[in-house]
Every structure is written in structure tokens, then in C-alpha cells.
Design a protein around this ligand. Structure first.
Ligand code: FRU
Length: 514
């Protein structure tokens, strides 16, 4: 039986986290943070969790360790917003403390708004499962619920609601995580969870269903990694969009494949249809979700107006050694509206961003070769749209844009029309660690005009190619005073450019009641 003392120490973990963030997060200067991307309130952030619309606002939770800018026992941080751009920090929502989450903590999960007015969170509880023969620790992962009112959440007394006993033969209880939950039209509940086949060392995405959200049963395998995309598949999310079934996952241990998949922790989008007989996804096409450096662990929500909106952790496990000199680390990407066309996922920044634009500067039909700087085209919080085409009389070999430039630093985008490859590079952005600094992608729909939308927010850049058929996300440590933008062309190009500054709205902490 749980004694009073035990209970007090369990709940005090949450109180301790709340007190800590309340006490110290105010010391982080607003100008050290992004403006319209959600960062960790303090300490460490990874995956987006519980991205949902509840009580008239968007809620975004995140994997959180308040006490250090490095990963630690997982809590859930929490923020809410009316437009997914201006975020109010709310008190830490979950802290480890029960037998089933007292090891590595409260891992990733999701949320739904219940018809009775409560907000239901489903997360992976990770407990310590003893020592292996080689001395390393093993863990046990189960799925748990918590109910709340948008600020305070209480773990369900019947936890865990899904455990290893419900797993098909051969799947590991050590790697069974990241439930993505939704409510079906008929009022029942469903979720997908990532699991690892021990023998094959390959990810499986399992479906579970429930009448009431509390009692869950295994309902089949939605998808299986055939070995071509990494090992374990983390953070699954699935939904129907534009007549197709989409599955998003974040595979670990990827091996590079052309310009499509990079080695390490990557992302994968499968587009296909459901086999009505087996309930399994029949993939028709597959591709990476993002081609930049910092992008992992996507999660989507269905907005009240019907838009399917995705966020991701704008970081990557292969890059996190950059974390060591700040009191916060990790931020989310811009929320992106999704659509599916010709078997491909298209992404565009949420339209709410348009309301932040001001001070338009535009140039049309600028013909140039060599180097070009344009009056009024600079900044580190900016929304820049450009089109680049060859001048009638001359082909060109390369077009480049340097941004976050100054004090000897810059980052760049480079496009080669012959190869139809776009490259992103942060080698000279002021990195102090030997992390990945460049990536490239094939521009698949190139018709002679390169179209880019480039969104800058102090410490990041997100590039949307064409109609959003490719995106590249990247963080940069460069001091925001380096705000010049310069263009280069080898040969001659004609460029149209439209640039807006984006408002400095700040992230306003909300008073917590502890
Ligand atoms: C993905 C991930 C998840 C897990 C969480 C732990 O980035 O590894 O699978 O739930 O992070 O923080």
C-alpha cells in the first residue's frame, strides 16, 4: 500500500519542478530566445507531446528536464497558445514518481479533449527493470493516462493501461513507446505505439483500440519496418489526408540513401491506403519528412477548422552536443499545415504567421551575376520569399543566399540548376562542436524556376521549397546581430524577392499557482 509519506514525495517531484521553473526561468533573457518558436521554458526540451486543441486553446507539451540543458529523467513541460505562435508557458504537467514511471520518467505521448470536458494525456512510463549480465540497466515501458483541466494533471489510478502482456510475441517491453491517441467519429478511441521486434531489431507500429479510453486492446500491426529505414521507429502518428493514409515515424539508426535519407536519426513519411482486411497500411510512396539538420519526432493535431498541423522537435539526437552553454536547449519547429499531393507530403507554415508580417520590402526582376546586397533585405526574424530563374541570354551554374551574416559568420543555401540540388550549410555559423553542418536535397518539381520561402527566427531557419514539397530545418548559434543577407550567382540570374519582418512578440510566462 502507498503510505502518506510516499504520496507526498511523489507529488513533491512535480512541485519541485514547478518551483524550479518558476524561480529560474525568468532569468533567461527574452532576446536569448526565439520569438515565435516554442523553446524549453528552462533546461532541456525534446519531442513535442500532447499537441491538441483543448478548452479553446492549442496545447503543446514537451519532453522536459528542467534542471539541466541536457537530457535527464523526463517530465512534461507545457505551453498553450491561441495561434500556435505566441506561447504562454504553463506549469510543468507531469513528473516521474510512480512505480511505472520512476525510472527514466514520463516519455512521449499525446492528448485528446474528452467529451466530459477533461483533457486526457497518454504517455509512456519508463521504470527500471534491473541489471543485464553486462552490467547495463534495462527498462520497462508501459502506456499510462493522466487527466486534467489544462493546467493540473493527475495520473490515472488504473495505470498502466497498456503493458507488455498485450504485446504480440517477440516484441520488446524495453522499446514500446510514444502512443499517439485520437478519438474516432463513433466516439471510441484508438492509438498507435512504436515497438521493437527483438529478433529482427526492427520497428513495428501497433494499433490499440478502446471503447472508453481506459481499457485498451491490441488491434493489429499498422506498419512494419522492412529494414530499409533504420531500426526502431519512434513517435508514430497516422491520419487520413486528401484521400490517403499517412504514417509519420522517426526511425533510429538510419543508413543514408541517396539524398533521400541521411544517416542517424531521421524521419519517414509513408503515404498509402489501409488494407480493409488486415487494417495494415499499404505504403505507395515513402520519403523523408524534412531534409535539414534539426528535425525529429513529429506530432500532428487536427485543428477545429479541419487543418492537419504538424510540429517537430527542431533538433536531432546527433547534434545535441551543442547544448552545453545555455540554460535552455531545444525548440519546436514552426507548426506546419499539411496536405498530400501525388503521394507526397506538402508542408507550409501555418497561415497565422502572416499576421506577424510587417514592413514589406520587395524587388522584382533583378538581374545579376556575382554578389548582390539589396537595401532593406536583412534581418534575423523574417519571412522571405524568392524566385530565381536564368536570365534569357545566359545559363547560370549556381545561386546562393547567405544569411545570419556578420562578424565573420554566415550560413547559406546553395542551388545548382544542373544537379537540381539545394544545399544548406551552417559550417561558419559559430558552431563550437563538430556536429553535422550541411545537408542537401533534390528539388523534385524544378521547372526552371527555383521558389523558396525562408523563415528566420533568431536561432533557426526553415526553408520551404516550391509549394512545400521539401523543407529544410536548421538551428544556428550565430549572434542575432549578424543579420546581413547577400546573394550570389555564378552566371546570371533573374530574382524576385519579397521580405517581411516578423514581429517580436515574445513568450509571456503565465503565473503558476505554486
Ligand atoms: C524520441 C524519444 C522517444 C521517447 C523520448 C524520450 O526523441 O526517444 O522515443 O519517448 O524521446 O525523451
Amino acid at each position: 500500500m502507498t503510505s502518506h509519506c510516499d504520496r507526498a514525495s511523489k507529488s513533491s517531484r512535480l512541485e519541485q519542478a514547478r518551483e524550479y521553473e518558476e524561480r529560474f526561468s525568468g532569468n533567461i533573457r527574452q532576446d536569448e530566445r526565439p520569438v515565435f518558436h516554442l523553446p524549453a521554458r528552462i533546461g532541456w526540451m525534446n519531442d513535442p507531446n500532447g499537441f491538441s486543441f483543448y478548452g479553446g486553446r492549442y496545447h503543446l507539451f514537451y519532453q522536459y528536464y528542467p534542471y539541466d540543458s541536457k537530457w535527464g529523467r523526463m517530465h512534461w513541460g507545457h505551453a498553450a497558445s491561441d495561434d500556435m505562435l505566441h506561447w504562454d508557458f504553463l506549469p510543468c504537467a507531469l513528473a516521474p514518481g510512480e512505480d511505472y514511471d520512476n525510472g527514466l520518467g514520463c516519455f512521449s505521448g499525446s492528448a485528446v479533449a474528452l467529451p466530459d470536458g477533461r483533457h486526457m494525456l497518454m504517455y509512456t512510463g519508463v521504470s527500471d527493470a534491473g541489471q543485464r549480465e553486462d552490467g547495463t540497466r534495462t527498462q520497462h515501458q508501459v502506456q499510462c493516462l493522466a487527466f486534467g483541466d489544462g493546467v493540473d494533471y493527475e495520473k490515472y489510478a488504473g495505470n498502466p493501461v497498456i503493458d507488455g502482456s498485450q504485446l504480440p510475441e517477440g516484441l520488446s517491453t524495453e522499446h514500446f513507446r510514444d502512443p499517439k491517441l485520437w478519438q474516432e467519429d463513433d466516439g471510441t478511441y484508438a492509438c498507435v505505439i512504436g515497438a521493437l521486434d527483438k529478433e529482427a531489431n526492427l520497428g513495428r507500429i501497433l494499433r490499440f483500440t478502446s471503447q472508453d479510453g481506459l481499457a485498451w486492446s491490441f488491434a493489429g500491426i499498422l506498419a512494419e519496418n522492412d529494414g530499409s529505414t533504420g531500426a526502431m521507429w519512434e513517435c508514430p502518428d497516422t491520419f487520413e489526408l486528401d484521400g490517403k493514409q499517412v504514417l509519420l515515424v522517426s526511425p533510429q539508426d538510419m543508413i543514408a540513401e541517396g539524398n533521400e535519407f541521411m544517416s542517424g536519426n531521421g524521419t519517414l513519411c509513408l503515404v498509402g491506403h489501409i488494407d480493409e482486411r488486415t487494417g495494415a497500411l499499404v505504403p505507395e510512396t515513402r520519403h523523408a519528412i524534412d531534409y535539414g539538420i534539426d528535425f525529429y519526432a513529429t506530432q500532428t493535431l487536427l485543428a477545429p477548422d479541419g487543418r492537419r498541423i504538424m510540429v517537430a522537435w527542431m533538433q536531432n539526437w546527433d547534434t545535441i552536443s551543442m547544448a552545453d552553454h545555455k540554460s535552455w536547449f531545444g525548440m519546436m519547429t514552426l507548426p506546419r499545415e499539411l496536405s498530400v499531393r501525388d503521394g507526397r507530403l506538402y508542408q507550409r507554415p501555418i497561415r497565422e504567421l502572416d499576421a506577424l508580417r510587417h514592413d514589406r520590402v520587395a524587388y522584382e526582376g533583378i538581374k545579376f551575376g556575382g554578389e548582390l546586397a539589396l537595401e532593406g533585405i536583412s534581418g534575423r526574424m523574417a519571412d522571405i520569399q524568392l524566385t530565381v530563374r536564368r536570365a534569357d541570354d545566359e545559363p547560370y551554374q549556381e545561386f546562393a543566399m547567405w544569411f545570419a551574416e556578420g562578424d565573420g559568420f554566415h550560413s547559406s543555401l546553395r542551388f545548382s540548376p544542373d544537379e537540381q540540388i539545394l544545399k544548406i550549410n551552417r559550417k561558419h555559423s559559430g558552431l563550437r562542436r563538430a556536429v553535422v553542418y550541411h545537408r542537401k536535397c533534390d528539388v523534385t518539381n524544378y521547372d526552371g524556376t527555383l521558389r523558396l520561402r525562408v523563415i528566420l527566427d533568431r536561432f533557426s531557419v526553415e526553408v520551404f521549397v516550391g509549394d512545400g514539397e521539401q523543407t529544410l530545418s536548421m538551428t544556428i548559434p550565430t549572434n542575432p546581430s549578424a543579420d546581413a543577407i547577400t546573394f550570389f550567382a555564378e552566371g546570371k540570374v533573374v530574382m524576385d524577392i519579397e521580405k517581411y519582418d516578423l514581429s517580436d512578440v515574445g513568450v509571456v510566462p503565465v503565473e503558476s499557482d505554486c
